[in-house]
Ligand binder design. Structure first.
Ligand code: G3H
Length: 531
């Protein structure tokens, strides 16, 4: 609980904000229909008034009608590939994106403040999320220029000339997660837009108000219908859009259950491309040769940055029997030293945005305790209405819920092993396959382990916590953890398809091509070199 007077001026929200606009057909439209309250996990006291969940604003609750309008707007802008945006010169599309990012950069303070209030992310992580997103956009622009330069040529094989480029796929539905409502959503939306697709974007369940400062830029920087932004519950707005069969790409970062349900609504699944970042249960494997100080420090940030609400968080720790005691002792001490505070105080632990999360984490703890685990740290499981202090649970067994479920919150299951085949077997049986962290210094032991682990997950982190970044590196997963690969470069490929002009290499065709190129008649057939 914090007194409003103690909140630094720059981070105060004096009165609830009302988001009453949305974007369809390139216009900022006014919403006068039903709204939903946005409640912050931050509890405040103002005089006699105690706000258990501070009201930070209201957002539109749209329904099928607006969803269908957004879809119509995106379809008309794409116009079956004939629209202004999908046929535009790459350089022109890049100019629109450059205008957008310049306008976006001016909204940093507003967005950072809302990230803190809406999802409880601490100040430095909120700033990082914003800055990383701006950098992602600039990197995407550079990557697209590179891609375009590589395509600015003609191939000739077997007497056939070819001008091969990447073209858009059509209409993209973008749905992001609440833990990175800006960065992860934009890591889908930005490459989708720049490749010439038209888009419908619905923000996540939390982190909605923070999109408001960007609506004007979305409406003004791109041609009408290229970016449509609507608000509401997924079931009410995303379902009718998927049922229409007019979506070409479902781009979602979230849970596989939502991805599968939405995919199932599409009447022509074979036409639907999936770009999905899904759940994970990344393990840490701690070997006897591990440097204990470094391992403990990486496991703290790996398990508990943003309270463990990251798809890349370490969600189970496998510790070798020989070092189990020393690891648990040092790790538990460090966990208990962590402070729970307000986001602007930059503590690692901050209030949880999902009101039911403390109860859920409690249920995982209770289940584990009833099946033989113990809470190893003194403060583990201490409750307040919007938080539950991280509990280190040991020994965890396969019959416990916390072993299987992606906790996405502050609880840390630990298992010990004496045979390395044990964690390897469990990883290969697991439904997840995103990343792993391996801690050790003995190369004889590490090398064969890495050779196996790279085939079970998509990134092996040596003596470091799992993470997505830097965003130029591939971010993917096996099994239930992802479909497709994201990175600055890979995302451009995920949201496009190779398409080309081919012709027999004869004089008539050569003359046609020469004229088209010299007179710059085509936006697609072009050897212009983008600087
Ligand atoms: O929630 C999953 C995010 O992709 C994690 O990204 O590793 O940068 O926190 P991060």
């Amino acid at each position: 609980m914090t007194h409003v007077n103690t909140i630094p001026e720059a981070y105060q929200i004096k009165s609830p904000l009302t988001l009453s606009q949305f974007v369809i057909e390139g216009q900022l439209k006014h919403w006068s229909g039903p709204t939903a309250e946005v409640r912050s996990p931050i509890q405040t006291v103002n005089g006699d008034c105690v706000m258990q969940e501070t009201l930070v604003g209201h957002v539109p609750q749209m329904g099928e009608k607006e969803a269908v309008q957004a879809l119509k707007s995106a379809c008309e802008a794409y116009d079956r590939g004939r629209g202004q945006w999908p046929t535009m010169k790459v350089g022109e599309r890049i100019k629109c994106m450059e205008q957008f990012v310049v306008q976006m950069a001016t909204k940093r303070d507003e967005i950072v403040k809302l990230l803190m209030w809406e999802i409880g992310k601490n100040l430095s992580d909120s700033e990082k999320e914003f800055d990383r997103t701006v950098e992602y956009i600039y990197d995407t622009i550079d990557a697209y220029k590179n891609l375009d330069r590589e395509s600015a040529k003609f191939d000739k094989v077997g007497g056939v000339r070819a001008h091969i480029r990447r073209g858009p796929l059509g209409v993209v539905l973008c749905l992001g997660p609440y833990n990175y409502p800006l960065n992860e959503t934009f890591s889908l939306l930005i490459p989708a837009i720049i490749m010439g697709n038209t888009t419908i974007f619905k923000p996540a369940k939390f982190g909605v108000l923070l999109i408001a400062p960007l609506l004007e830029a979305f409406a003004s920087c791109f041609p009408p219908g290229v970016v449509n932004v609507i608000f509401g519950r997924g079931r009410e707005v995303a379902s009718p859009i998927m049922k229409s069969g007019k979506i070409d790409v479902l781009a979602l970062i979230g849970h596989s259950s939502s991805a599968v349900a939405l995919q199932d609504l599409h009447p022509n699944k074979n036409r639907l491309r999936l770009v999905l970042g899904l759940e994970a249960k990344n393990p840490a494997i701690i070997l006897p040769s591990a440097d204990m100080t470094q391992t403990v420090s990486e496991c703290i940030s790996g398990t508990l940055s943003f309270n463990g609400q990251r798809c890349t968080a370490l969600k189970i720790l496998y510790v070798h029997e020989d070092i189990k005691e020393i690891f648990l002792k040092q790790f538990c001490n460090k966990v208990d030293e962590l402070k729970l505070g307000m986001p602007w105080e930059n503590t690692l632990l901050t209030p949880l945005p999902e009101p039911n999360k403390p109860d859920y984490i409690q249920s995982l703890i209770d289940d584990a305790l009833s099946k033989g685990a113990k809470i190893m740290n003194k403060k583990g499981g201490e409750r307040s209405s919007n938080y539950i202090f991280p509990a280190v649970l040991y020994p965890v067994t396969e019959d416990m819920k916390v072993y299987h479920e992606e906790q996405f919150g502050p609880v840390i299951p630990v298992k010990s092993f004496s045979d390395i085949n044990m964690p390897i077997n469990e990883m290969s049986e697991s439904n997840y396959g995103q990343q792993v962290s391996v801690f050790g210094t003995n190369t004889q032991e590490l090398a064969p382990l890495i050779d196996t682990l790279v085939n079970l997950v998509c990134r092996v982190n040596l003596n470091s916590a799992c993470q997505r970044g830097p965003d130029v590196y591939p971010f993917s997963g096996r099994k239930d953890s992802a479909v497709s690969t994201l990175s600055v470069n890979d995302a451009l490929r995920a949201f496009s398809i190779r398409t080309f002009l081919a012709c027999k290499d004869n004089e008539i065709n050569k003359s046609i091509l020469r004229t088209m190129l010299q007179e710059r008649q085509s936006n697609f057939v072009s050897t212009d070199y983008l600087l």
